[in-house]
Design a protein. Structure first.
Length: 149
C-alpha cells in the first residue's frame, strides 16, 4: 500500500512508520502483531480491534522480561517514560536511517550488483530498528497495563 492508497482508504496522511507497518514483510512473525493488514476487517493491523487479532497478539508477542510495578521499585510513570523516551529516540534513528538510504548514483561505479547489495543491507538495518520499536512498544503496553502500587 502506498501513501495515496492509504490516505484514500483511511482519510488521513500516513507517516512512514505507518506505511512500514502496513507493508511489513514480517507481519506473520512474532513481535509483528501490528504489522500487515487484518484479514477480517481489511484495516491495517495497528488500527484493527478485531477479537481475532487480540488472540493472535497474545500468541505472537515476543517474550520480554517486563519490569514489575511495585511499591519498592521504580514508579510506573518513570518506567513508562523511560521506554517512551527510548521509543522516540529509535523512531528518530529510523527516520535518519531512511534519509541515509542508498542511492544509485553512489554505487553504479562499483559493479552491477553494488546497489542491490547496499539496498539489501539498508533494509536489514531498517528491519532491526523496526524490531526494536515493536519490542519497546510491547514493553510500554505491558508496563501501562499494570496497576499502580
Amino acid at each position: 500500500m502506498d501513501h495515496a492508497q492509504f490516505k484514500e482508504k483511511f482519510g488521513f496522511e500516513p507517516d512512514q512508520d505507518e506505511l512500514d507497518r502496513v507493508n511489513c514483510r514480517f507481519s506473520t512473525h512474532p513481535g509483528h502483531h501490528d504489522c500487515g493488514v487484518c484479514g477480517t476487517c481489511n484495516n491495517p493491523r495497528f488500527m484493527c480491534d478485531c477479537p481475532k487479532k487480540a488472540a493472535e497478539c497474545r500468541l505472537s508477542a515476543p517474550h520480554l522480561m517486563v519490569p514489575t510495578v511495585h511499591s519498592n521499585g521504580t514508579s510506573k510513570a518513570e518506567l513508562l517514560q523511560r521506554v517512551l523516551d527510548a521509543l522516540g529516540a529509535v523512531r528518530a534513528g529510523k527516520h535518519a536511517l531512511h534519509a541515509a538510504a542508498p542511492h544509485g548514483r553512489d554505487y553504479y561505479v562499483q559493479s552491477d550488483g553494488a546497489l542491490d547489495a547496499a539496498v539489501a543491507e539498508h533494509r536489514h538495518r531498517c528491519d532491526k530498528l523496526t524490531a526494536v520499536l515493536f519490542e519497546l512498544e510491547t514493553l510500554a503496553e505491558e508496563i501501562s497495563d499494570q496497576g499502580n502500587p
